[in-house]
Ligand binder design. Structure first.
Ligand code: C2E
Ligand code: CA
Ligand code: CA
Ligand code: CA
Length: 279
């Protein structure tokens, strides 16, 4: 038994070592990845629930590392956050997404909305708000078409400081969305304290609305609450016609998910927008 214990400890230790090793590898490859041009953005359309029209898109980062292959954001954003690399990477996301949105706004629809994900470290950098203002002006993007998505992780930091940045962003004209709503401990309190424009209901709650009456009640309630607070509501992770029909019944404003569209390359979304214009 003692031997087995020692073996399982060794097993555990080696697994831990592997995990640490993988993180170190990601961190090493992450350094310089931006300069080497290894990132690109994909765009997941957000649809108007009632009309089915494209309202805008969320920009999502993709990393094709020549050493590690494709690395999902869930695996590297946290490491980028911890090392501070997320600040220049996030700045590239902001600028690239705005440049792309400006092009689609000119070509197809001046009201096309673009959403970006901003991590706490990037959001809390001293020059974040002025950088947003600068990029909007440089790219010619109407501020109200830029949505900045943040998660509860940000709101755990100094409230006054974060609130000030929120107010400054609103003064610039940009919009703020609470991402992954319902997954944290204090989502409700934050909705009350911070001037969000939009709330995105996490896909964890949307997933089972087709067969779980409790989840149906939760999502219905979240949508009503968001709307009675004057917020616009997006349901994430909509994968089936059934889920869409339920969300329509709940009067959800906007939907996002594989049923409407998977994330697309810039060229891919361009083609979809061009087709929608003709139709
Ligand atoms: P998120 O902001 O909640 O983004 C939504 C995620 O759900 C995306 O994963 C998207 O591809 C996926 N998704 C969309 N529709 C469906 C669906 O119907 N079913 C399922 N199962 N999944 C769906 P992705 O692109 O892997 O991104 C994961 C997370 O990484 C994002 O979650 C966000 O927190 C973070 N992230 C992505 N891009 C950036 C970025 O540019 N900056 C920062 N700071 N974080 C980013
Ligand atoms: Ca998001
Ligand atoms: Ca989300
Ligand atoms: Ca998420």
């Amino acid at each position: 038994a003692k031997e087995a214990g020692r073996n399982s400890w060794r097993f555990f230790e080696s697994r831990l070592h592997e995990a640490t090793q993988a993180r170190v590898e990601i961190e090493t490859c992450l350094r310089g990845a931006l300069e080497r041009g290894e990132f690109r953005l994909v765009y997941q359309p957000v649809g108007d629930t009632a009309s089915g029209r494209i309202f805008g898109a969320e920009a999502l980062i993709r990393w094709d590392s020549p050493v590690l292959g494709a690395v999902a954001p869930d695996r590297f954003i946290e490491i980028a956050e911890r090392t501070g690399l997320v600040v220049p990477i996030g700045d590239w996301v902001l600028e690239t997404a705005c440049r792309q949105a400006a092009q689609w706004q000119r070509e197809f629809d001046p009201g096309f909305h673009i959403a970006i994900n901003v991590s706490p470290r990037q959001f809390r950098a001293d020059d974040f708000v002025s950088r947003v203002a600068q990029v909007l002006a440089q790219q010619g993007v109407a501020p109200h078409t830029l949505m900045i998505e943040v998660t509860e992780g940000l709101l755990l930091h100094d409230h006054d400081e974060v609130l000030k940045a929120f107010e400054a962003l609103i003064a610039v004209g940009a919009r703020l969305a609470m991402d992954d709503f319902g997954t944290g401990y204090a989502s409700l309190r934050y909705l009350k304290h911070f001037p969000f424009h939009t709330v995105k209901i996490d896909r964890e709650f949307v997933r089972d609305i087709g067969n779980d009456p409790d989840d149906r009640v939760l999502v219905d309630t979240a949508i009503r609450m968001g709307k009675s607070l004057g917020l616009s509501v997006i349901a994430e992770g909509v994968e089936t016609a059934d889920q869409l029909a339920i969300l329509r019944g709940f009067d959800c404003d906007l939907i996002q998910g594989y049923y409407f569209s998977k994330p697309l390359s810039a060229e891919g979304l361009h083609a979809v927008l061009a087709k929608a214009l003709v139709a």
